[in-house]
Design a binder for this molecule. Structure first.
Ligand code: PEP
Length: 243
């Protein structure tokens, strides 16, 4: 069975003073019965080590070390206390020109460091309107997910680019279509494809989480904006517990 995961991506937000949010969440959901993964900025990873959550990075370099000023390796994230790392987030693909091949290399670096790679895929609005969503998903799955992926070392996050931070959410039927497609592709390619956790991401809130978690093959969410405040993230975790 895929693990249920409520993942929070803090992006470039969060100072030490904001860790109180996570202490509030820990009091409410320390024994949630679902996996809670918090991906703060790298500067806060070691400060999160005592929390009853899994902690993840938001990106890593494909190399383990070397002359790459400003970058961070998967090994460094693990050393700081992370157990996972997001790879291929659409903001990295758009802002830093990350291709599927780069995302695959970063995901392999994550495996080498013992981290779970949360590999993000998803179509742009132009691609959705052109009717090419499933083709885009196929290309990203083939190019971004390494052959060494397993249900233990990889989580797939379906994040339509047009839904991230916009308040726009696909219909439940659209989410269902893509998640069923991803599941079919993973099952065809990997022996344990049925056990990969598949997350939906894009403007998830307390008010829509229960409906989204009721969609087949949605095993949790990758949450941006609503993960920054305990009052916003807590109902999403509760909805996942109840799903
Ligand atoms: C994200 O950044 O992965 C995300 C889904 O953001 P938001 O929840 O703010 O749309």
């Amino acid at each position: 069975m895929p693990r249920k995961i409520a993942a929070g991506n803090w992006k470039m937000n969060g100072l030490r003073g904001d860790l109180a949010t996570l202490k509030t969440l820990a009091n409410a959901h320390g024994d949630a019965g679902v996996d809670i993964l918090i991906c703060p900025p790298a500067t806060l990873i070691s400060a999160c080590a005592d929390l009853p959550f899994q902690i993840g990075g938001q990106d890593c370099h494909a190399e383990a070390s070397g002359a790459h000023t400003g970058d961070i390796s998967a090994q460094m994230l693990a050393d700081a206390g992370a157990t996972a790392v997001i790879t291929g987030h659409s903001e990295r693909r758009a802002d830093h020109g990350e291709t599927d091949a780069i995302v695959a290399a970063k995901s392999m670096a994550a495996y080498a460091a013992g981290l779970v790679a949360v590999i993000c895929i998803g179509e742009t609005l132009t691609e959705r309107e052109a009717g090419t969503t499933l083709d885009v998903i196929d290309g990203q799955l083939a190019g971004s997910v390494p052959d060494g992926a397993t249900a233990s070392n990889t989580v797939i996050a379906y994040e339509p680019v047009w839904a991230i931070g916009t308040g726009k959410v696909p219909t439940l039927d659209q989410i269902a279509e893509v998640h069923a497609h991803i599941r079919a592709r993973l099952t065809a390619r990997f022996a344990d494809g049925a056990a990969f956790s598949l997350l939906y991401g894009g403007s998830v809130k307390g008010s829509n989480a229960a409906d989204i978690f009721g969609v087949p093959h949605v095993d949790g969410a990758l949450v941006g904006g609503a993960s920054l405040k305990a009052d916003d993230f807590s109902p999403i975790i509760t909805a996942l517990q109840n799903a």
